[in-house]
Write a protein that binds this ligand. Sequence first.
Ligand SMILES: [Zn+2]
Length: 116
Amino acid sequence: MYSGGGVVVQWYQQIAESLKSQSPVLTGHSGFSEYLHRFKCKKSPSCICDPGCSEFVLHVLLDYPAHDYKRQKLECQLDVILELDSLSELVYGNNKDLFLQFCIKVCKIVNNRNGI
Ligand SMILES: [Zn+2]
């Protein structure tokens, strides 16, 4: 489903690494259930929205239903649909700061929910 999303995952990891000192909640993938499960810190890799769906960065940014409002607000601001094909433009384009702010907001929510 997310083939080709590697650029975003790599970008996210770079951003998270660069923001560690400013934003302790952004520690790579540490707050996502899939990552926590991999290191035996959580029973299941599943997201709370669907037991059959792993919680990882692309799911949280693109699909997680509780972030629909924030996602739609960003889409209206940028006049772009937030989907896998538009991520490269968002990551490297003129609006990367707004996209980064969205990423930080939603990742903080996930990290808080997962006790990170
Ligand atoms: Zn979910």
